[in-house]
Design a protein around this ligand. Structure first.
Ligand SMILES: C[S@@+](CC[C@H](N)C(=O)[O-])C[C@H]1O[C@@H](n2cnc3c(N)ncnc32)[C@H](O)[C@@H]1O
Length: 246
């Protein structure tokens, strides 16, 4: 089994996993006709920008507008969960928020949301489009490195759709004892080892279990946008006594 990435490495690791040829499930001609999102030519351009420091790579991707992940709208499952009324209220954090669509979707008088991004340009763009929205008082954007950031207060909810597995320690530090961690596990595969190396539920368990998290829900994201359909799972995690086989 390949070692998990160290702090600072996840970006390269994530990109490397996308660069590698995929197993049958991931090939564009795989059964079910699902197209591998890693075959998006824009992802190739993105990789070219990550030749050195990861933070620099992200900044360049925003400067040059190479943002193939950007949906131009909130993640549908987030809108669904907001409507469901089942998400914790209080303080929420969206690390690696990019344009901040999910930040805005989560924000309400009952839930103040902090969108965090390491890129100046990302935060500038996020502020530009969102600052005059009716719920603008209920969210803020900060330029911070998630791994180094030490806020004064912990959070009731953290939504992770970005840097994944190695966030466990930071998530543990930032989330209140009864807070909820919401993960969209993208490029899901049950494959152990590699290459190629994928994000699996087991990867998440391996890093989240030692810090006390258990999945209270793990299911295919039926609301995934079309190119990601079949490639991601929704996981809801709590530090609680709840017994889960996951
Ligand atoms: C793949 S994009 C996802 C953006 C957004 N979550 C979305 O789905 O549209 C990853 C984002 O994380 C940011 N990022 C990367 N490393 C970070 C870090 N250490 N701390 C905070 N943000 C980071 C990047 O600048 C980029 O905007």
């Amino acid at each position: 089994m390949r070692a998990l990435p160290r702090v600072g490495e996840p970006v390269r690791w994530l990109l490397a996993s996308r660069a590698a040829p995929r197993r049958a499930m991931g090939s564009s001609s795989a059964a079910g006709g699902r197209r591998d999102p890693a075959e998006n030519p824009k992802v190739g351009k993105l990789r070219e920008l990550f030749t050195g420091d990861a933070a620099d790579g992200w900044e360049k991707s925003w400067e040059f507008g190479v943002t193939p992940w950007d949906l131009g709208k909130p993640t549908p499952v987030i809108e669904h969960l907001v409507r469901s009324g089942t998400l914790p209220k209080g303080r929420a954090l969206v690390p690696g928020c990019g344009m901040g669509y999910d930040v805005v979707a989560l924000a309400s008088p009952e839930r103040f949301v902090v969108g965090l991004d390491i890129s100046d340009m990302a935060v500038k763009k996020a502020k530009q489009w969102s600052s005059s929205l009716p719920n603008a008082d209920y969210f803020t954007f900060l330029v911070e490195d998630f791994f180094k950031w030490t806020p004064d207060e912990q959070f009731d909810l953290i939504f992770d759709y970005t840097l994944r597995v190695y966030w466990a320690e930071a998530v543990n530090r930032l989330l209140k004892p009864d807070g909820e961690l919401l993960t969209l596990i993208y490029l899901i595969s049950d494959q152990e080892g590699g290459p190629p190396y994928n994000n699996t539920v087991a990867d998440y368990q391996r890093v989240l279990k030692p810090v006390g998290f258990r999945a209270v829900l793990m299911e295919d994201n039926e609301l995934a946008v079309k190119p990601r359909k079949g490639w991601e799972k929704l996981g809801r995690w709590k530090r609680c006594a709840h017994q889960s086989s996951l």
